[in-house]
Design a protein around this ligand. Structure first.
Ligand SMILES: [Zn+2]
Length: 110
């Protein structure tokens, strides 16, 4: 079973399409939008726009049923864009940096 495009959402971290499923514990689990035999989540559409998932790695978990397909949890494939370090901003000549002096003042013994 393949989710419909309207059932997908964009991941907040990487922006890729994900399917939001509900686990047996009632928690949300994001999975990649295409079935994948490497996946460890058995997912199926329980109601329109509502997908359920269960872990196949859990103790005593049954193999996927005929109505379930394997999906990969999105956390395994999510690749958020690398965050850029803050660049040292050149300060105007009439501005004094205070942070190095503050750091030095804290270390000074009393
Ligand atoms: Zn992501």
């Amino acid at each position: 079973m393949i989710p419909l495009p309207r059932e997908l959402r964009a991941c907040r971290d990487c922006g890729k399409a994900v399917l939001i499923t509900v686990t047996r514990l009632g928690r949300y689990l994001l999975v990649d939008p295409r079935p994948d035999d490497r996946g460890n989540q058995a997912c199926y559409r329980a109601e329109p726009r509502t997908w359920h998932s269960r872990s196949l790695d859990a103790a005593g978990a049954l193999p996927p049923a005929a109505w379930e397909h394997r999906y990969v949890p999105h956390v395994a494939t999510c690749t958020p864009p690398a965050r850029q370090e803050a660049l040292p901003i050149p300060l105007p000549p009439n501005v004094t940096r205070l942070d190095p002096k503050r750091r030095r003042a804290r270390r000074r013994p009393r």
